[in-house]
Design a protein around this ligand. Structure first.
Ligand code: ADP
Ligand code: MG
Length: 378
């Protein structure tokens, strides 16, 4: 270990030069897990690049924590392999794997001071002298800006402070892979944003490969290089935040990430742009990669901002009635009723002097572009 750094930025920079060039990849190959007869994870395959920040995003009970426990080494999968830098880590303990984990409830040792909590793993490792442990703990507490509270015990700290200690403790042992299980869910909104930025910065500076488990799509979108969307123990899509939003692979992804209208339809045939689809209130022209069979039932998934009001109907518009106006400051959101009493949402950016629609207005809508939607088999 190098000499003690006095500010957290220089400490982080020093560690970055130590570790940054040495980031680690993680891959999961055909991982499956069963609790008794219940299949919690089905055939999970993921390849995470060295230094990448990845989120596992999905609703409660979809298998996120189970997958994190398998990666960390706390749980053996029923089948499949975890590989770090291409090497299977089967049978290795969490510390042998070099995985650091921050649990949802922080799990600090309640009777130990902040200092002793952070020192715990280093002492247990038994490789460092007392002076080296002291230097490393000092660096870590500087980095998370907790040095001034080193003598306190966890019950004397706020949730955010406890969380920073948990992160310092996990980072102290120089993990190859950092695993974070819903670490922000107990924090109030303003503190959560500060911590998200701070964690992203610390991990980024150190080049540590990280996996964040969350059910909060905004958190996943704002923090991640890529997001794996899970539902029912399966990965629906592993992609960049923007691609998840613009090109959702499944109905589930389009509804879980952002707001989306799902309009039932029937394929009429080919059109210039791709296909003409009959939907309640009219027809839409949609472009899609996969071939659609004539008369096939589909769901057209359209984001509210990808619908556009047209002055009059033309070959491919929907006609509906404004049922409600929701002014949200910079955008107006409208609830629009189509035929069959289908409700959809429309958003428009509001500019000074623009005339908002009114309840009861009869309007014609089309897509801003034929590919501004996703089409799924119904
Ligand atoms: N030890 C266990 N025994 C039996 N079922 C479990 C156990 N742990 C988790 N499960 C079940 O596996 C599913 C996934 O759980 P979990 O990975 O904790 O979900 P998440 O973290 O996404 O909320 C849930 O249905 C949960 O009830
Ligand atoms: Mg969980």
């Amino acid at each position: 270990m190098q000499s003690v750094q006095t500010t957290h930025t220089t400490a982080a920079a020093a560690i970055a030069s130590e570790l940054g060039a040495d980031s680690h990849s993680l891959s999961l190959s055909q991982v499956m897990h069963q609790f008794g007869s219940f299949v919690a994870l089905k055939d999970i395959n993921l390849a995470i690049r060295p230094g990448e920040f990845v989120s596992l995003l999905g609703p409660s009970g979809c298998g996120k924590t189970t997958l994190l426990r398998i990666i960390s080494g706390f749980l053996d999968p029923t089948a499949g392999n975890v590989l770090i830098d291409g090497q299977s880590v089967k049978g290795l303990s969490p510390s042998q794997r070099g995985t650091g984990i921050v649990f949802q409830n922080y799990a600090l040792f309640p009777h130990m001071t902040v200092w002793d909590n952070v020192a715990y793993g280093l002492r247990a490792g038994g490789k460092l002298s007392r002076g080296q442990v002291s230097n490393r703990v000092g660096e870590m507490l500087d980095m998370v800006q907790m040095s001034h509270l080193a003598k306190r015990v966890p019950s004397e700290l706020s949730g955010g402070q406890q969380q920073r200690v948990a992160i310092a403790r996990a980072l102290a042992v120089e993990p190859r892979i950092m695993l974070l299980d819903e670490p922000f869910s107990a924090l109030d909104k303003s503190l959560r944003l500060d911590m998200q930025i701070e964690i992203r910065r610390i991990l980024g500076e150190q080049g540590i490969t990280a996996i964040l488990v969350t059910h909060d799509q905004e958190e996943a979108m704002s923090m991640s290089d890529r997001i794996a969307v899970l539902s029912g123990g399966e990965i629906h899509q592993f992609d960049s935040p923007i691609n998840l939003y613009d090109r959702p692979a499944t109905h589930f992804v389009s509804s879980f990430v952002g707001t989306c209208n799902h309009i039932p339809g029937e394929v009429l045939g080919r059109s210039e742009a791709g296909y003409r689809v009959q939907v309640p209130g009219g027809e839409l022209d949609v472009a899609t990669d996969q071939p659609l069979a004539p008369n096939g039932k589909v769901t057209v998934a359209v984001r509210p901002e990808n619908l556009r009001v047209q002055p009059q109907t033309h070959g491919h518009t929907l006609t509906g009635t404004v049922a409600m106006c929701l002014p949200l400051g910079s955008v107006m959101t409208y609830d629009v009723t189509l035929a069959d009493d289908l409700h959809i949402k429309l958003t428009q950016t509001r500019t000074l002097g623009s005339q908002p629609l009114k309840t009861g207005d009869r309007i014609h809508l089309d897509l801003v572009s034929p590919n501004a939607c996703a089409v799924f088999p119904a």
